[in-house]
Design a protein around this ligand. Structure first.
Ligand SMILES: [Zn+2]
Length: 368
């Protein structure tokens, strides 16, 4: 386990690679953003908008939204670009009251909206199964997040899907062109946080093909035929969590005044009780938490030094989201102890060791 010398992320993070100077690809990519000609990117974006409008017959674009600050920012940008959007939400089973209020606020910006709910029985069983098999409660969420908007875009013949941040750019490479690109199944397998699985892989004793309908998306050929292209707005416009938050707040977005639910920000990951479970397992599998992701962004955006981030890490107590684990236990009908024992199965023994008192520790942790 090695740590980036610039931010506070380890090389155990999927898709994160350290170079010979010990700097990670996310930090390098961030540095490269400084030399990007953003005016030129904005011109490219205008072409994307023109292309979409020329092919549209109603909605010009589909925006997958959660109601979070990024999707609020995305929606504002799309409206300012003169696009007629359809906003689409996969409704998380653990949606929080503040998440609902922020989503209502987003709709009032002036968009049509679909709130897509999945049968909670299927969702609970699917989340539990994904957790038991792969230590990830978030696989159903990611399948739903990507596939529901693409399915609706195909059905409604919407020429452009506008995603927010390009997670693949932070940790990998995906080049975009003047008319966007096809967010194909290859991309989803690599960056979609589904452990490389697709809905079809989960059909069997527990679920029929029909049960999992919402998790199936159009195949690459259907996307091509429907003329659905995709872009990440973060490719064309400078993306920074503080800036997008500030713009969202000006337009009615609420942060959580009770402080962060998980990680370091009180304005991210606040719309769903179960998102913390996804981040929780990073600790067992990779030896870091959501806080490290958040702090690394702050370092890259020069709002914090690495030393300050390390000081915050020294002060961090146990970050286990006990309340949310309890809620998830009730949702899935198992005990909290059982969930804790499943998490334990995913402890990565190549990075964790037990000391003489039987306490787990990370020998190569970022601090002593
Ligand atoms: Zn880094």
């Amino acid at each position: 386990m090695k740590w980036c010398q610039s931010c506070v992320l380890p090389d155990t993070r999927p898709n994160l690679i350290l170079d010979k100077d010990g700097i990670c690809n996310a930090c390098r990519n961030h540095q490269s953003k400084k030399i990007i000609d953003w005016n030129q990117r904005q011109e490219q974006l205008k072409k994307v908008v023109e292309d979409a409008k020329s092919r549209s017959s109603g909605y010009d674009c589909l925006i997958p939204v959660s109601g979070g600050k990024d999707s609020t920012w995305q929606t504002i940008q799309c409206l300012e670009l003169g696009l007629k959007p359809l906003a689409v939400t996969w409704r998380p089973p653990g949606r929080t009251p503040i998440g609902q209020r922020n989503l209502n606020n987003l709709i009032q910006l002036g968009v049509d909206h679909i709130d897509y709910s999945i049968n909670p029985d299927v969702e609970a069983r699917f989340m539990l199964k994904a957790f038991e098999q792969l230590g990830s409660t978030a696989i159903p969420m990611h399948l739903a997040l990507f596939n529901i908007p693409l399915t609706i875009a195909c059905r409604f013949r919407i020429p452009l899907v506008i995603w927010g941040e390009n997670s693949a750019f932070e940790y990998g490479n995906k080049r975009e062109a003047d008319t966007g690109f096809t967010l194909d199944n290859d991309w989803m397998r690599t960056y979609g946080v589904t452990h490389g699985t697709k809905a079809i892989d989960w059909v069997g004793d527990s679920f029929t093909r029909a049960d999992l309908t919402p998790y199936f998306g159009p195949d690459d050929q259907e996307l091509q035929q429907a003329g659905v292209r995709a872009i990440f707005l973060g490719y064309y416009l400078q993306w920074d969590p503080e800036t997008s938050k500030a713009v969202a707040v000006q337009h009615g977005f609420e942060s959580d005044t009770n402080g962060p639910r998980t990680g370091y920000f009180n304005y991210a990951d606040i719309d769903d009780d179960f998102i913390s479970l996804h981040h929780w397992l990073k600790w067992y599998k990779f030896g870091f938490t959501r806080t490290y992701d958040n702090l690394s962004l702050e370092i890259r955006n020069e709002r914090m030094t690495r030393e300050q981030a390390l000081e915050i890490i020294r002060q961090l107590g146990d970050e286990t989201p006990h309340g949310d684990i309890e809620t998830f236990a009730q949702f899935t009908g198992v005990s909290k102890d059982y969930l804790m024992s499943v998490a334990e199965k995913f402890r990565n023994l190549s990075i964790w060791q037990k000391n003489e008192n039987g306490v787990w520790y990370l020998p190569n942790f970022i601090i002593n």
